[in-house]
Design a protein around this ligand. Sequence first.
Ligand SMILES: [Zn+2]
Ligand SMILES: [Zn+2]
Length: 278
Amino acid sequence: MTVKIDPKRYLEYGGIEPARSLDGTAALAYLQPKGFGENYLEQSRAAVKRRAGEELAFEPGTANYCDFCARPLMGGEYDLLQDGRERCISCSRTVVTTNEGFVAIYQEVRRNLEIVFDIHFSVGITVRMENAKAIARGTNETYQPTPGFDARVLGFASQTTGGYELHIENGSPKLPSIQTIAHELTHIWQYRNWNEQAIEAKYGPGNHGLIYEGMASWAMVQYSYATNEVDFARREAAYTRSRDDEYGAGFRFFEERYPLRVDGGVLRDTPFKHALPL
Ligand SMILES: [Zn+2]
Ligand SMILES: [Zn+2]
């Protein structure tokens, strides 16, 4: 959008002398005590800007991290789950316990994903809450808790005759659940919109996981930034970037091609706009 400025008009933004009848200094002195100039919106804009250039380093294994949000654990302030996972206090506070709670979160994430990435899910998706064992079976992951951050997928998507099913782990905290749903919905979008043969022909069959997981990991981090969960997004990005598997390598490729937009602005180019994303 271009704004045309008529230099004869009111505040004269065109770069010419300000009107002599306006007393800018007095006007500023009048507005500041009324809360203009240093209010909380300006402060949070400044904070986002300050942090935009910072890189968060993630050092696996050197400290105790919450297994759900990758936040460092301080002292004894965390819950040790039966299976050995450590969960920070703020994650414990937001555990989603009911099926209705999950469905509400799922609907919100689906709606937001459609808005943020300008896409549309035109397929039936059923959400199922399941226990950790069933999830581990579905994702083919073996799980061995350690003091560091234990990445564990909290869900997976599967195809059924009527559409898709989204399986999410019972007892997951809210933000990690949102991330998982955004990640898995991205997979469903890929299954619906990508031509698998074309993807494999271009990138090689051995790079299937790199492309699919890389984009889903990129999308879940970008989703958190776009919905203003900046701190969570930064930890997730730092952790994913540091992984030495196809999630990490894929994420780094996608991040290079589609730099993360961290200020909440509109996304102009995303992998969702390309049949061959890299
Ligand atoms: Zn946590
Ligand atoms: Zn995935």
